[in-house]
Write a protein that binds this ligand. Structure first.
Ligand SMILES: NC(=O)c1ccc[n+]([C@@H]2O[C@H](COP(=O)([O-])OP(=O)(O)OC[C@H]3O[C@@H](n4cnc5c(N)ncnc54)[C@H](O)[C@@H]3O)[C@@H](O)[C@H]2O)c1
Length: 331
């Protein structure tokens, strides 16, 4: 029996594939390579270049392979792009989930672990954020993912498809050997952008706003290492394998770091005196986003190994030094 990883050529999906292979599991990857990279694919995993919205092609994969469970990373995830092009997000993310659940139902596959996001909460009412806090997304990306969570819940009551939604906060870092890492196009994530400045690929890093309601005035986010995140998905697969109920879990480190603290941590991790400038605030950036991930720790037994942002950044820097231009396969 195989685990099907949708979006397995992307940043987080490619790390998940490596962790599953490390455990001796059979892995099948589906990715349309719209954002992913051939260079991120593990040769030991079977790969299908398929768009999840293509029902016929996706069904053919389920027919050929003996799939036991699905891990679903395949989505668009750039907030400002979702504001400019909401229908593109509802099509790829939300409509993609309709096709996927239909195909799972038709092939009697009853387990799915899903990449959800802190963006489903919108502006938090409590810090740290708990799974039971209200979900009021403030952009189409967060809305598309919340709709996907709700669709899985209805598919559970109607067809018994069991799901785990993992709501990630900020994901960073790379596999320790530096063989795979983060390479988004365009890059919107803080750590790779700071490391572009460290590598001399940009002159400085712009820190958006220094008047937030936080100890140093810069906004605060919660960072999890990508391998710790992948391990949470493996625990979620085990959880569903034990016949347990559908559930949602926050995945964060519970410790927030400000943008300025991240730049300082990156200076220490890289030994480069990265230049940083303060720019204007960006619209819709909350002061603080930090997860309460007690539930994942208690129920799934999740124990992140990286509890220090400098160590997380060191792994990303190792990837960056080995692959200064990422995967070099831009179309
Ligand atoms: N990176 C983060 O910090 C973060 C935070 C919260 C949630 N997430 C979620 O985690 C997931 C993975 O994020 P990532 O950073 O690895 O993104 P990514 O863009 O690197 O990976 C997504 C992969 O899915 C593929 N894909 C997209 N649409 C597809 C489709 N219709 N059919 C087939 N393949 C398709 C892309 O080609 C890409 O390889 C996303 O769903 C994202 O919403 C990421």
């Amino acid at each position: 029996m195989s685990v099907l990883v949708l979006g397995g050529a992307g940043y987080i999906g490619s790390h998940m594939v490596r962790r599953l292979l490390d455990q001796g599991q059979d892995v099948v990857v589906v990715d349309n390579l719209v954002k992913g990279h051939r260079g991120a694919l593990a040769p030991e995993a079977k790969f299908y270049e398929v768009d999840i919205r293509d029902k016929e092609a996706l069904s053919a994969v389920f027919e050929k392979e003996n799939i036991e469970s699905v891990v679903h990373f395949a989505a668009f995830s750039i907030v400002p792009e979702s504001v400019a092009e909401p229908l593109m997000y509802f099509d790829n993310n939300t409509a993609g989930m309709v096709t996927l659940l239909e195909v799972m139902k038709e092939h009697d596959v009853k387990k799915i672990v899903f990449s959800s996001t802190a963006a489903t909460y919108g502006n938090p009412v409590n810090i740290p954020i708990k799974e039971t806090d209200p979900q009021n997304p403030i952009n189409p990306y967060g809305e598309s993912k919340l709709m996907m969570e709700k669709m899985m819940a209805w598919a559970d009551s109607a067809y018994g498809i069991k799901w785990v939604a993992l709501r990630y906060f900020n994901v960073a870092g790379a596999l320790e050997d530096g063989s795979i890492g983060e390479d988004h196009g365009p890059e919107t994530h803080l750590v790779p952008i700071i490391l572009q400045a460290a590598a001399g690929q940009r002159d400085y890093i712009e820190m958006f706003g220094d008047d937030y309601n936080t100890p140093d005035g810069f906004n605060v986010r919660d960072y999890v290492h990508v391998v710790d995140l992948a391990d949470a998905h493996i625990l979620a697969l085990d959880y569903l394998g034990q016949g347990k109920d559908s559930a949602q879990f926050n995945l964060g480190s519970a410790t927030g770091f400000s943008v300025k603290e991240m730049v300082e941590a990156a200076r220490e991790a890289t030994g480069v005196n990265i230049e940083a400038k303060v720019g204007p605030r960006r619209a819709g950036d909350p002061d603080i986003l930090v997860a309460d991930s007690t539930k994942a720790r208690e129920v799934l037994g999740w124990q992140p190994k990286y509890d220090n942002v400098q160590d997380i950044i060191k792994t990303a820097w190792n990837w960056k030094e080995l692959h200064p231009n990422g995967y070099d396969d831009r179309k």
